[in-house]
Design a protein around this ligand. Sequence first.
Ligand code: TYM
Length: 332
Amino acid sequence: MEERKILYSAIQPTNNLTIGNYIGPIRNWIALQNDYNCFFAVANMHAITLRQVPAELRQKTLEVLALYIACGVDPEKCVMYVQSHVPAHAELCWVLNTFTYVGEMERMTQFKDKSLRHAENINMGLMDYPVLMAADILLYQTDVVPVGLDQRQHVEIARDIAQRFNNAFTPTFKVPEALYAKVGAKINDLLDPAKKMSKSAENPNGSIFLSDDKDTIIRKCKRAVTDSDAEIKFDPEKKAGVSNLLSIYSAFTGKTIAAAEADFAGKGYGEFKLAVGEAVADKLAPIQTEQARLLADKTYLEGVLRSGAERAARAANKTLSKVYKKIGFYQL
Ligand code: TYM
């Protein structure tokens, strides 16, 4: 039988996850988990590049794991683990730092954005963030990385670093490909559809959090910014707000954009927004119930993480050991 390809992705356990996190990457994880060997990390090492409250970081780590499972990631099929439980991530990151140029990191858009927003704490980790992400991906000989469009530059730099290392020595890393959702690779803020919907948005009314209840979701959808021409048509350039809502509706109902447009032909924005809110809330309710049930069973979740860390470390250490050999680290 042909070896299955490797799929890798991760989410930071910070703030509250939004429907963007679900629509962009997680839906693809679930769709592909039967065809790939999957590794899903909770990226707590990335999270500390901005200050976190330690008790919250600990709690959110479990919440994100429970969410993966509640959304449908199967722990029997996929390896789920916490990034800091596999020391190879930090170890490979160090080596890859010596194959990455300071100028490249200074040019990263997310680094520039975060430096502006957190001018009081532009730490080395914030700048090194993409190299740690490259280490995450490259350790597993990853073929595909399902992420949202905002991670494009980071996957590109992981590819560059892999190629640079492979050229300096002999082929060591698989050069990964990013994979974007066909619909919803970038879900936008409901109040400012020119901006991505974000866990850390200043105004929480622009984001639908995966933990929001039905009333909150419907209220946020009703307030979403649209336009004045009263036509429900997908046109991200001219009708950013309406198109964003159509993407959300399509993702949560499984309908194509064309079918979503057809559902609302001749209808008004009020009815449309309500239907979007209901579709989101109806899909999220069972996920929220399941997440709460899992969180009450810490023993089970820790079991998943223990076995995940072991399996991840086994795969990661194989690559790390090859790297150490090639660069001339004396091995006993
Ligand atoms: P993070 O935690 O910011 O986001 C997690 C995932 O959600 C996607 N995403 C979105 N997709 C569509 N629309 C949106 N509005 C939206 N907002 C977020 C992100 O693209 C991402 O896929 N650095 C990563 C975590 C990470 C990682 C990795 C990812 C660490 N190591 C290795 C892949 C491979 C991050 O901060 O994602």
